[in-house]
Design a protein around this ligand. Structure first.
Ligand code: SF4
Length: 339
């Protein structure tokens, strides 16, 4: 089945879910979208599994705690499909469409409201990049850029390559995990040409649990690798999904085995409608700390936190010289309060 057919035939509402899974789900304030091949994997994993928790609606999504824009996208949005948070790189948001709707998504409020940061203003985005030569990297995000047609993707890449100061491209995507059939010849050719047009062109796969790495997904990722496309991963620390040292160890080991460099482990964001996935920072640090002993540096991602309000990313993990609450531990074991 082609990926476009899989996409079209996805489960899109509570009745579809009931027919497919054979049980009722609560009505929540956010839309539902799950391709059927992927839904079959969730069904096999069963209720309470990481896959079930990540993708099926939960009544707690209707609670109104958490932030509408937890990482401050709007603070840095340029109203031209670009979010310029760091000096030398921008996020480019060409679509609101995703291959699946993740219940924990930090951008779920912006995406379901079709926020203006996704407005189609590509020419304005190009002008902005030309006028801001300090930007040397464009990061495709969304939504999910691999949901765009090959033609559209190729056009964007070509246009960016004509701006001399843009040297690096990155694609943030969940698609290889949800719709591995999308990793087909046409897309591979586009990514290979991107690797030639830029100094580096990288694919960052979003994956949170080892059970997402089924055989078809591993094959799709290896195909990228065999075609000399650089692949990294990013994951989010999520309650009920991967909030244990063992779960993270299994995930990063499996990624390393298929030649993916684990890049970031994001601390959970305080997103409205997703606070049921939130892991407190102290707990996250305790979960992450033992991985330093168990994994080599090349298989260990950086554990980072986006400071709420748009202040950007900072390491979430305190090195061994700090206790988990953040106090410095001196060489003779004294705790020193850090303010
Ligand atoms: S694919 Fe990414 S942007 Fe889309 S719903 Fe999932 S986490 Fe959010």
């Amino acid at each position: 089945m082609s990926w476009t057919h899989e996409f079209k035939e996805a489960l899109k509402n509570n009745q579809d879910l009931k027919d497919f899974f054979g049980c009722d789900f609560p009505q929540v304030n956010y839309p539902v979208f799950i391709p059927r091949v992927f839904a079959a994997k969730i069904l096999e994993a069963g209720p309470g599994s990481p896959l079930w928790n990540e993708f099926l609606p939960h009544i707690d999504e209707n609670k109104d705690d958490g932030r509408l824009d937890p990482i401050g996208d709007k603070v840095h949005a340029k109203n031209n499909q670009l979010i310029h948070r760091y000096e030398n790189r921008v996020l480019f948001t060409p679509t609101t469409v995703c291959p699946v709707l993740c219940r924990y998504c930090f951008r779920k409020n912006e995406l379901s409201a079709k926020d203006e940061i996704f407005d189609q203003k590509f020419q304005e985005a190009l002008s902005y990049l030309k006028a801001n030569s300090e930007v040397n990297e464009v990061i495709f995000t969304g939504g999910d850029p691999f949901i765009l047609s090959n033609e559209k993707l190729a056009t964007y890449i070509q246009e960016f390559s004509e701006i001399e100061t843009v040297k690096y491209l990155r694609f943030h995507t969940r698609t290889p995990v949800i719709l591995p059939s999308r990793i087909e010849e046409g897309l591979i050719a586009i990514l290979q040409s991107s690797a030639h047009l830029f100094k580096r062109s990288m694919v960052m796969i979003h994956v949170n649990h080892v059970s997402e790495l089924t055989d078809d997904v591993r094959e799709a990722i290896l195909l990228l690798n065999e075609n000399n496309i650089e692949v990294f991963s990013q994951s989010v620390l999520l309650k009920g999904v991967n909030d244990s040292t063992e779960a993270l160890y299994d995930l990063f080991t499996a990624l390393a085995d298929i030649k993916v460099k684990p890049y970031y482990l994001h601390h959970s964001d305080e997103a409205r409608g997703a606070m049921n996935f939130y892991v407190p920072l102290e707990e996250g640090r305790k979960i992450f700390a033992p991985l330093h002993n168990r994994l080599p540096g090349w298989a260990l991602p950086q554990y980072i936190i986006d400071i709420p309000g748009g202040h950007g990313k900072t390491p979430a993990f305190n090195p061994e010289s700090f206790e988990f609450s953040g106090n410095l531990i001196t060489k003779n074991g004294e705790k020193v309060k850090i303010i």
